[in-house]
Ligand binder design. Structure first.
Ligand SMILES: CC(=O)N[C@H]1[C@@H](OP(=O)(O)OP(=O)(O)OC[C@H]2O[C@@H](n3ccc(=O)[nH]c3=O)[C@H](O)[C@@H]2O)O[C@H](CO)[C@H](O)[C@@H]1O
Ligand SMILES: [Mn+2]
Length: 350
């Protein structure tokens, strides 16, 4: 055989082997791809992929009947305009801090009205605190979620006394009987237990959001849908400028409310918190369990249920934070950064 002929044969064979190897590799990778496609194909035609992802989602910009809802008109947000320049309006974990001047109620209300949330406002009126209930509810009628679907839930040891108040209210009020607690501490700690138990029994069926407030609160200005969020707490008005070392967290490791010295964001006040039923259930259950464990170990946390509440919020960050404007006390005066006093807390005229 001549030399050129042998070279030609070798060239042709080489090309063929190269071609076969490249095809083999391609089939291998195609097989990988084919597996993926095959797993998607397996869902047709019975299931349309993605439909389950949309279940329960309440969107409203395209109503089913085609008519457009009435829109709120407002000026365009200006990226260069700072709503408040003297206070923090966003936490380092990106939760908004709600201050007067940072939101437009009309935009928020529009969203709220379309979604029709049900809100449960819970309040304890045990023993002499029943005397504060009338004023509390009258102020809630006037200022709390005016345009919303609100139920009031009153925890009391004396339903007859509550009925005797002859409250004139426009919303449903349910009286929930709780034990006669032996003292103030038991009543305050018991609130977590009652909230937890009633969420299991009742709240989960009746409302979307739960709000817990003290009875010694009188609302002075509107408290609206701007407060709604998955888990919302209020910065304590007495400590909002304090350094971490001065916050009254529980620092003893023996308590379940223990927070190490180098941890803690804000100090929150346990007299006002809210969230979705599910998040409030988890919060109150965790605090209740912490309180029970402390009790079994013969230790009382520094600020009762508020210590457990603060511990929870260090490790389960609130998704929205309300400024001290939402739980102000007149006794704290009128500092410049408090632009509006939405409530007066702590006036106990029994
Ligand atoms: C200075 C201080 O220590 N302040 C604490 C105290 O605030 P306060 O002095 O605001 O507590 P408080 O006397 O208002 O009690 C809390 C709430 O529990 C209810 N209640 C209490 C006792 C009772 O016999 N009957 C009854 O119904 C009632 O709704 C009352 O508003 O307690 C709060 C409980 O969230 C926080 O721990 C506060 O940091
Ligand atoms: Mn109080």
């Amino acid at each position: 055989m001549s030399k050129p002929f042998v070279s030609l044969i070798i060239f042709i064979m080489g090309t063929m082997i190269g071609f076969l190897i490249s095809k083999w590799l391609e089939v291998g990778s195609l097989r990988g791809r084919w597996l993926e496609v095959g797993s998607l194909r397996g869902r047709y035609p019975e299931e349309v992929p993605g439909q389950d992802l949309l279940q329960g989602l309440k969107l409203h910009w395209m109503p089913a009947n085609g008519s457009l809802p009435i829109r709120t008109h407002y000026s365009k947000p200006d990226i260069g305009q700072i709503p408040r320049n003297e206070v923090m309006i966003l936490t380092p974990w990106l939760a908004p801090i709600v201050w007067e001047g940072t939101f437009n109620s009309d935009i928020l209300k529009e969203d709220y009205q379309q979604k029709n949330y049900r809100i449960g406002l819970t309040v304890s009126a045990i023993g002499k605190y029943i005397k504060l209930l009338k004023k509390f509810l009258e102020s809630a009628e006037r200022y709390f979620m005016k345009e919303g679907m609100v139920n009031y839930y009153v925890f009391t040891d004396s339903p007859d006394e509550v009925k005797a108040l002859n409250l004139e209210i426009s919303r449903t009020l349910r009286i929930i009987t709780v034990p006669e607690y032996s003292n103030w501490e038991q009543a305050v700690l018991g609130r977590m237990e009652v909230l937890k138990n009633q969420t299991e029994l009742l709240f989960q069926k009746e409302v979307d959001y739960l709000v817990s407030l003290d009875t010694d609160v009188v609302m002075l200005n509107p408290i609206g849908v701007e407060i709604l969020g998955d888990l919302v707490s209020v910065i304590h008005p007495g400590f909002y400028h304090s350094q971490r070392k001065n916050l009254p967290y529980e620092r003893r490791p023996a308590s379940r409310a223990f927070i190490p010295e180098d941890e803690g964001d804000f100090y929150y006040q346990a007299n006002f918190f809210l969230g979705t039923v599910q998040r409030i259930y988890h919060l109150t259950k965790t605090c209740y369990e912490g309180i029970q464990i402390d009790k079994a170990n013969g230790i009382q946390a520094r600020v009762f249920e508020e210590s457990h509440f603060n511990k929870y919020l260090v490790y389960n960050k609130p998704t929205k934070v309300l400024s001290p404007e939402y739980i102000w006390s007149n006794s704290l005066g009128s500092p410049k950064d408090i632009k509006i006093k939405r409530v007066n807390h702590g006036d106990k005229h029994f």
